[in-house]
Design a protein around this ligand. Structure first.
Ligand code: 5AD
Length: 342
């Protein structure tokens, strides 16, 4: 174990078999090594991103996701551009300098409408970064949104295994097209984030090792990972959630693989375990993403059951997260927190 941590620290890569061992056997020793690397780059700073879940309409029917198109029980909503701007204004007051516009793949939000949102956010808050997380689009679309002022893009690859990807998704989705999107985004000039769920149904340690090898190749600026969490109105209603220690081991490995990577301690991790967000930070994460979505809509953006904070407003969410960070000796900073800033 010790040697593997050392090897990862020095060479930043392991074989598939070595990754599997580290995932299975890692623990405090691995987390500590990652935490130290994180502190050596970011000190006690934690970057904060304001998440705006602006539409739960989605044309995709992913087996695991609560807002899948096949979920007829879900009441759909979308925020207007004006409502998005109001979320940003609130977030700005709270010290947030990155806004993440996340939504399902909603045709209503055409390039024109997204461009309008981006331009108006940048006009109101020229010192802020905009991250988009709106799924698969054409290269032309990504370029238009980038030219309008979007800085970053989150598109989890979900799994780097073709076979597992095909199991988790309907036939109209493919890993190849996902990968193409990620490459397009990178080439256009976005700071790009990929990522995956830990413990998705059918996932093995070998699959996660393949995720690391893919990430090594893509060399993203951000990686979003969290546990799979079941949702009652999906194919995987009765599947168990991902394992806490496995998520923490995966976070730690990602930090050791890339000391500068922007690595969030996710809401899903905070939902899996009461102290999840803190534990994520202690295993090498350096980003938190408080929710700025108006309280009335939050319950309708349930990707999985029991998501935390769905009754809170933006102020309460941010205060809670600030406390959690203090508990582990970290400080939320009022900065855009771009990749390579430090
Ligand atoms: N559990 C955990 N994460 C999920 N996501 C979607 N559904 C779930 C779930 N049931 C994640 C996906 C997606 C991101 C926005 O949320 O990885 O990319």
């Amino acid at each position: 174990m010790n040697e593997l941590v050392e090897k990862l620290r020095e060479e930043k890569i392991l074989s598939r078999e070595e990754f599997k061992i580290l995932l299975a056997e890692g623990g405090e020793e691995l987390h500590k090594a990652a935490r130290e690397v994180c502190e050596s780059v970011f000190g006690t700073d934690v970057y904060i991103r304001g998440l705006i879940e602006f539409t739960n309409y989605c044309g995709r029917n992913c087996n695991y996701c609560g807002i899948r198109s096949g979920n007829a029980k879900l009441e759909r909503y979308r925020l207007s551009v004006g409502e998005i701007l109001a979320c940003c204004a609130k977030g700005y007051e709270l010290g947030i300098r990155t806004f993440v516009l996340q939504g399902g793949e909603d045709d209503f939000y055409s390039d024109e409408r997204l461009v309008e949102a981006i331009v108006r956010i940048k006009t109101n808050h020229p010192d802020c970064a905009i991250t988009l997380s709106v799924g698969e689009r054409s290269r032309e679309s990504y370029k238009r949104l980038f030219d309008a002022g979007a800085d970053r893009y989150l598109l989890r690859h979900e799994t780097a295994s073709d076979e597992l990807y095909a199991r988790l998704h309907p036939a109209d989705l493919s890993l190849a097209s996902r990968k193409k999107c990620l490459l397009d985004l990178k080439e256009i000039g976005y700071q790009v984030g990929c990522g995956f769920m830990v413990g998705s149904p059918g996932q093995t340690l070998g699959h996660i090792a393949d995720d690391f090898l893919f990430i090594r190749e893509l060399d993203p600026h951000m990686v979003g990972i969290g546990p799979f969490m079941p949702h009652a109105d999906t194919v995987y209603a009765d599947e168990p959630p991902g394992d806490l220690n496995l998520v923490l081991n995966a976070l730690a490995i990602l930090r050791l693989m890339n000391p500068n990577v922007l690595l969030p301690s996710t809401t899903a991790l905070g939902t899996l375990s009461k102290k999840g967000r803190e534990l994520g930070i202690l295993a090498g994460a350096n980003v938190v993403m408080p929710n700025l979505t108006p309280a009335v809509f939050r319950k309708k953006y349930m990707l999985y059951d029991n998501k935390i904070g769905t009754s809170d407003d933006a102020v309460k969410t941010k205060t809670k997260i600030a406390e959690q960070m203090q508990n582990v000796g970290r400080k939320i900073v009022v900065k855009r927190g771009d990749f390579g800033d430090v």
